[in-house]
Design a protein around this ligand. Sequence first.
Ligand code: HPA
Length: 246
Amino acid sequence: MLAIIGGSGLTQLANLDIARHEVVRTPYGEPSGPLTFGSVAGSPLIFLARHGYGHTIPPHRVNYRANIWALREVGASGVVSVASVGGIRADCVPGRLIVPHQIIDYTHSRASTFHDGIDCAVIHVDLTHPYDHTSRAKLLRAGELVDEALIDGAVYAATQGPRLETSAEIDRLERDGADIVGMTGMPEAALAREAGLPYAAIAVVANFAAGRGTSGAAIQFEDIERTLLLAMVRVRRLIEAYCRLQ
Ligand code: HPA
């Protein structure tokens, strides 16, 4: 059963036929909210709003461990994350939907592993390719089916937030090879790998990153809301097509 973790702009799935909600407790505390079980296009699906259903949990306070643990606990077979980002690369303009292929992690002070027990064997996971190849391919195929021109591949820079970046920080991220910037991609992707859950993401460009394009002087928050509202209609359509491919 597929799980969707929705980010800013996607606190619910309008095309989800809801069957029930379930509060799940985990050894790591509470997830961002109750899990919503239902189906999309006849395919069972679990939905979780990353920032809570009232959008009250900032990126650095999301309990990523509890979220991933809870989804695995109830039988998720894979996770598709929806996350808004700032666009750095020239073609990553507001409104574009991207299926990233790599991550650089700039976050800190977040509980980022299930393997931090004392007195147990040290466990490392491979994260060479942080996003699951099959899930990515399926997302790209779903994009073709609904005529959504997805960008195939981008390096996602995960920043700590909740503040946005300075333009010099964006320049540095670009020199590092980052194409898009967001605040929630890590440790979510790493935890999904530790939990054995195939993980892929739909990155929604909400704004030009600081200092780029129309964000030259400052980032316009009113524009972000409008962009996300319009883009999420296409994201829902994409998820529906993805579900039909299950
Ligand atoms: N920076 C970091 N995270 C973001 C941005 C951004 O510009 N836009 C949406 N999430």
